[in-house]
Structure formats: structure tokens, C-alpha cells
Ligand binder design. Structure first.
Ligand SMILES: *[C@@H]1O[C@H](CO)[C@@H](O)[C@H](O)[C@H]1NC(C)=O
Ligand SMILES: *[C@@H]1O[C@H](CO)[C@@H](O)[C@H](O)[C@H]1NC(C)=O
Ligand SMILES: *[C@@H]1O[C@H](CO)[C@@H](O)[C@H](O)[C@H]1NC(C)=O
Ligand SMILES: *[C@@H]1O[C@H](CO)[C@@H](O)[C@H](O)[C@H]1NC(C)=O
Ligand SMILES: *[C@@H]1O[C@H](CO)[C@@H](O)[C@H](O)[C@H]1NC(C)=O
Ligand SMILES: *[C@@H]1O[C@H](CO)[C@@H](O)[C@H](O)[C@H]1NC(C)=O
Ligand SMILES: *[C@@H]1O[C@H](CO)[C@@H](O)[C@H](O)[C@H]1NC(C)=O
Ligand SMILES: *[C@@H]1O[C@H](CO)[C@@H](O)[C@H](O)[C@H]1NC(C)=O
Length: 242
């Protein structure tokens, strides 16, 4: 992965496995670490450990968790959230991995985020709650192409907009839906925002990433775009949580 800092362009994920193989569903899709390190075994480190352990125990109960511990400059903020359609068992498995792996992938980094198919976890020394994360977006596409890209493009955007409309008024800021395309194909879509966003910010975040569909996912039979605060996925088979 590029180590350079990219503000608006999307990264192409090198892993295309997430949409293809459920067997790898518990592997992280992507992670991002701040370049600033904290001192090992410092107060910040202790606050982080405690917060990760708290998020690990509270998140599976409702599908999301947040918290803040300590006093500036050692204060840490954290947020974890599971995909809206999975149960607490799958959520716990995902968050348990995330709490360990975020520290392996971003060892001693002041700020980090890790995404999986079924959950995401992030922490920072800064209060990020409620703010749209515009710093970067990641996309990935299925390798297979559709035969009618122009109408498929329209169908994907139409479906994602409908599902977005449902998500922004739902308590979990999550929705999924489907749309028949052609004679025998059904398109399935899923959108979600992190639970700290307002409905209006969720809509702004989703509008932003859905706007990238023609540029990055044109003609692709499945795709995903994710940011620190919202994501969507679509493909022509149903979503399954395993
Ligand atoms: C690290 O965090 C600071 C403060 O939020 C931010 O300005 C900077 O862009 C971040 N760097 C990386 C690599 O994420
Ligand atoms: C941090 O503390 C642990 C447990 O006390 C110790 O094993 C480890 O060596 C310490 N690490 C550093 C870098 O001080
Ligand atoms: C997270 O919770 C699981 C299940 O209770 C537990 O096995 C694991 O040790 C916990 N991890 C952390 C970092 O607290
Ligand atoms: C889909 O299209 C891309 C770009 O035109 C091409 O590189 C890729 O090989 C195609 N995939 C398949 C499965 O044909
Ligand atoms: C894809 O569909 C959207 C919404 O209908 C439209 O605005 C956009 O121009 C289309 N892009 C292409 C490349 O066809
Ligand atoms: C859809 O079904 C109609 C009626 O069976 C048929 O005439 C048409 O060719 C089919 N279109 C596609 C794209 O398969
Ligand atoms: C943090 O979680 C609590 C309890 O679920 C909730 O009331 C609060 O709104 C959440 N805060 C953020 C910023 O998400
Ligand atoms: C949770 O979901 C998984 C995958 O769908 C399923 O295998 C498991 O039985 C479910 N567990 C509970 C307690 O519902």
C-alpha cells in the first residue's frame, strides 16, 4: 500500500478477497495509522488498552460502542461499530480481532483505524465524534464486469440512493435493499454510517462516496467504498453474515 498521504483520491484495495470469499471475512480489509507514535507503557498507552478492552465488551451488546478515557494530553477517544445485520456473536468475534490487530498493524501509533467486513474500530488522541472523515476513501471492485455498464451504473446509484434514504432515518444508520435489474439479476446494496454521525452528516458522507460510483466502479458487478465514517457495498448476490 502506498505510504504517501492521499487526501481526496481513492486508494484501490489490493485485496479483492472480501467480496469473493467468506472464508477470509475475519481478515482486516484495510487499516490506516497516524505517523505520530506514543511512548510505550505511557499513560496514553494504558488509557488506550483500557478503552479497547471496554469497547470489546460493550460493542457486541448493541452493535456499537464509544468512549473516552483520561485527561489531555493522554486522553484517548475510541469508537467501534459492527455491520448492522450481524448478530452479537459475529460482532464479538470481529471486535475481538480488531482490538488485537489494530495494535499489531499500528503499533504505538497515536491514531489508528481498522476495517473488517463486519466491523470497524478506531481511536485517536483527538475528539473525532460526529465529524465526517474526509481524509481518505478506499474502494474495491469485483473482477467481473457487467454486459450493460451504462444501465447498471444507473441501477447501482438508484439502489444506493434508496437504501441511503432508509439508513439516514434508521437508529443504526444502516440499511440494505435490493433491486431487480434486467430479467434475471438482482442487485443487493448495503450502506452504513458510524453511529456518532448525525443523520445529516451521514447523508453528506454517503452522497460523497456514492458520487464516486461512475468513476471507480463503472461496469463492475460488485463494489465497495469505505471511509472512516461511512461505507456502501453492492453486488448481485445477497449479503450473508457468517
Ligand atoms: C495524524 O493526525 C494529525 C492530527 O489529527 C493529522 O493532521 C495528520 O494528517 C494525521 N496523519 C496521518 C498520517 O494520518
Ligand atoms: C512495557 O511494560 C511491559 C510490562 O510491564 C514490559 O514487559 C515491557 O518491556 C515494557 N515495554 C517498554 C517498551 O518499556
Ligand atoms: C474481548 O472479549 C473477548 C470475549 O469476551 C475476550 O476473549 C478477549 O480477551 C477480549 N479482548 C480484549 C482486548 O479485551
Ligand atoms: C473487466 O474489465 C477490466 C477493465 O476493462 C479488465 O481488466 C478485466 O479483465 C475484466 N474482467 C473480466 C473478468 O473480464
Ligand atoms: C451513472 O449514473 C449516474 C446517475 O444516473 C449519472 O449521473 C452518471 O452520469 C452515470 N455515469 C456514467 C459514466 O454513465
Ligand atoms: C428479457 O425477457 C424477454 C421476454 O422473455 C426477452 O424477450 C428479452 O430478450 C430478455 N432480455 C434479456 C436482456 O435477457
Ligand atoms: C456513545 O455511546 C452512548 C451510549 O450508547 C450514546 O448515548 C452516545 O450518543 C454515543 N456517543 C457518540 C459520540 O456516538
Ligand atoms: C449469528 O450469526 C451466525 C452467522 O449468520 C450464525 O451462524 C450464528 O448461529 C448466529 N448466532 C446466534 C446466537 O444467533
Amino acid at each position: 500500500m502506498s505510504s504517501s498521504r492521499v487526501f481526496s483520491p481513492l486508494y484501490l484495495l489490493l485485496s479483492i478477497s472480501l467480496l469473493l470469499q467468506l472464508a477470509v471475512a475475519l481478515d482486516p480489509i484495510f487499516h490506516e495509522c497516524n505517523t505520530t507514535s506514543f511512548t510505550p507503557n505511557s499513560t496514553y498507552n494504558e488509557n488506550l488498552n483500557t478503552l479497547l478492552s471496554q469497547l470489546n465488551s460493550t460493542t457486541p451488546l448493541t452493535g456499537s460502542g464509544n468512549g473516552s478515557l483520561g485527561q489531555s494530553p493522554d486522553q484517548v477517544y475510541g469508537l467501534a461499530s459492527c455491520r448492522g445485520d450481524i448478530n452479537s456473536t459475529v460482532c464479538q468475534a470481529c471486535i475481538t480481532s480488531a482490538a488485537i490487530e489494530i495494535q499489531q498493524y499500528c503499533q504505538y501509533k497515536e491514531e489508528a483505524i481498522i476495517w473488517y467486513e463486519y466491523c470497524q474500530l478506531k481511536y485517536s488522541n483527538l475528539d473525532f465524534f460526529g465529524q465526517i472523515d474526509y481524509r481518505e476513501a478506499f474502494y474495491d471492485a469485483l473482477f467481473s464486469n457487467v454486459s450493460d455498464p451504462a444501465s447498471f451504473n444507473t441501477s447501482v446509484i438508484n439502489l444506493l440512493k434508496v437504501v441511503e434514504g432508509q439508513a439516514i432515518v434508521s437508529p443504526k444508520l444502516f440499511a440494505m435493499g435490493s433491486l431487480g435489474v434486467g430479467n434475471s439479476t438482482t442487485l443487493y446494496g448495503l450502506v452504513q454510517c458510524t453511529p456518532d454521525l448525525s443523520s445529516a452528516n451521514c447523508e453528506t458522507c454517503l452522497d460523497w462516496i456514492i458520487g464516486f460510483v461512475p468513476r471507480y466502479l463503472y461496469g463492475k458487478s460488485g463494489g465497495i467504498i469505505m471511509t472512516g465514517t461511512c461505507e456502501f457495498q453492492y453486488h448481485t448476490y445477497p449479503f450473508e453474515a457468517t
